[in-house]
Design a protein around this ligand. Structure first.
Ligand code: AMP
Length: 283
């Protein structure tokens, strides 16, 4: 496996693979890899000849009061587990390699960002779109893999790719969970013992509301209240949002919605956790 810290090392490998007619799968990450990331890498390996994993804690997608500095890092371990999972190249640039001085242009995401994490993290998806635009151009993947834990990110990135005709396919991958239902996340290490015990209730709150939706409850406000009541009863966390929307449009659900998302974000002392369930509606 190649470790590339410089853009020139990455593009040299890509050029070679392209000349050999190899397909390229791409898995963008911020590192501190867990089973969720590894499932993306394994899926990419099963569908492509060569797999590139990027490890880059992107300063542009963090707000001023967020955890950019404190974001957990573990490069040596990440390299070893990426290789085990089938990565052919890990691209791990520093911030100066990706952002060289004053930007000449920026990307503004104009759809699907006034809800969920886009609403509570202004500018977050502009930062995601900027770094992915750079990484997609450098990596030239046939397919890029994204986890459904970040379902809004999947929808926003599909929108970006469709809008600007990036010649690649976005592949969503199911959320990998701990045995008690908590979605795996690099940020779970911030949880205290008590918070870790409470954290699985995030998924349970969404499941209860999903059961109501499946039983015919269509009122988004009622479902949102159910999620909030459950979280308030079972956790000490502050609720950032609980929303029920159509997916992937992320608009208020309507009669004709084919799929909905139930999503919530909660804040513990140091960790902000997100989770969601998407439900196909039987029409
Ligand atoms: P991150 O390192 O948090 O930026 O995540 C990198 C990629 O891994 C994103 O596409 C995430 O959606 C995905 N991911 C993170 N956690 C999980 C999980 N528990 N299951 C599946 N994919 C995940």
């Amino acid at each position: 496996m190649i470790k590339a810290e410089k853009i020139a090392e990455l593009t040299a490998a890509i050029r070679k693979w392209k000349e050999e007619g190899k397909s390229i799968g791409f898995v963008p990450t911020m590192g501190f890899l867990h089973e969720g990331h590894l499932s993306l890498i394994k899926k990419a390996k099963s569908e492509n000849d060569a797999v590139v994993v990027s490890i880059f804690v992107n300063p542009l997608q963090f707000g001023p009061n967020e955890d950019f500095e404190a974001y957990p890092r573990s490069m040596e371990r990440d390299l070893a587990v990426s290789e085990d999972a089938g990565a052919d190249l890990v691209f791990a640039p520093d911030a100066g390699e990706m952002y060289k001085g004053k930007p000449a242009a920026a990307i503004t995401v104009t759809n699907r960002v006034d809800v969920l994490c886009g609403k509570s993290r202004p500018g977050h998806f502009d930062g995601v779109a900027a770094v992915l635009t750079k990484l997609f151009h450098l990596t030239q993947p046939d397919r890029a893999y994204f986890g459904m834990k970040d379902a809004q990110q999947v929808a926003v990135v599909k929108g970006l790719v469709d809008e600007f005709y990036f010649p690649l396919e976005i592949v969503p991958v199911e959320t990998v969970r701990e045995s008690d239902g908590l979605a795996k996340s690099s940020r779970n290490v911030y949880l205290t013992e008590q918070e870790r015990a409470e954290a699985p209730h995030l998924q349970k709150a969404l499941q209860k509301a999903a059961e109501m939706a499946e039983a015919g409850e269509w009122d988004a406000a009622k479902l949102e209240n159910q999620i909030k009541d459950y979280l308030n009863t079972h956790t000490t966390a502050e609720i950032d949002y609980a929303e029920v929307l159509s997916y992937p449009e992320l608009a208020p659900p309507a009669e004709e919605s084919k799929e909905i998302i139930l999503a919530a974000a909660i804040k513990f002392s140091k960790a902000r956790l997100i989770d969601n369930i998407t439900l196909k509606l039987k029409l």
